[in-house]
Design a protein around this ligand. Structure first.
Ligand code: SME
Length: 160
């Protein structure tokens, strides 16, 4: 049994440090990318408060395809440049969206989502996936969340 859980009351940087350590521990020596993404999605959902969706889209055949996640069923394929995820994949840049209704082309998979953070996962100079977090709260994510998920993306890039 695994027992990874956040310590209550810690700062965001420490929370993300613990999340990255848990992700590295649970993916260690496991070569299956789907298993590793599934456990990382579960860790994000468990560690990070106020989320309604946490998971992966993988770059496959020039488009994003839904990967392991925690949350409600989501749209399966996203073209590069479309929505928040497609923008992150096309530009290779983190997308921090305080109000999804103000993001042109936002793809609503869950009507409850109000803010979103999407971070590209890169390997060998190419985007291989994105990590997508959704929240029902406006402006749920800040620069510390972006830095934390970027650290996670870097840590697991060779394991997914
Ligand atoms: N909102 C995303 C689509 C994926 S769902 O949030 C899970 C987007 O605009 O790309």
């Amino acid at each position: 049994m695994y027992d990874f859980s956040p310590t209550p009351g810690q700062s965001k940087p420490v929370l993300y440090q613990d999340l990255v350590e848990a992700a590295l521990a649970i993916t260690q020596d496991e070569p299956d990318a789907v298993a590793n993404m599934a456990n990382c999605a579960a860790l994000m959902a468990g560690f990070l408060p106020d989320l309604n969706w946490a998971g992966f889209y993988r770059m496959l055949g020039g488009e994003l395809v839904l990967g392991p996640f925690a949350g409600r069923p989501a749209c399966i394929r996203i073209a590069l440049g479309k929505g928040v995820c497609g923008m992150a994949a096309a530009t290779g840049k983190t997308q921090l969206v305080p109000d999804v209704h103000a993001f042109p082309g936002h793809i609503a998979c869950d009507a409850a989502s109000r803010s979103e953070l999407v971070v590209p996962v890169c390997r060998g100079g190419a985007v291989i996936a994105v990590i997508d977090l959704d929240s029902p709260l406006l402006a749920r994510f800040d620069a510390e969340d972006a830095a934390g998920i970027e650290a996670l993306a870097k840590a697991i890039a060779d394991r997914i």
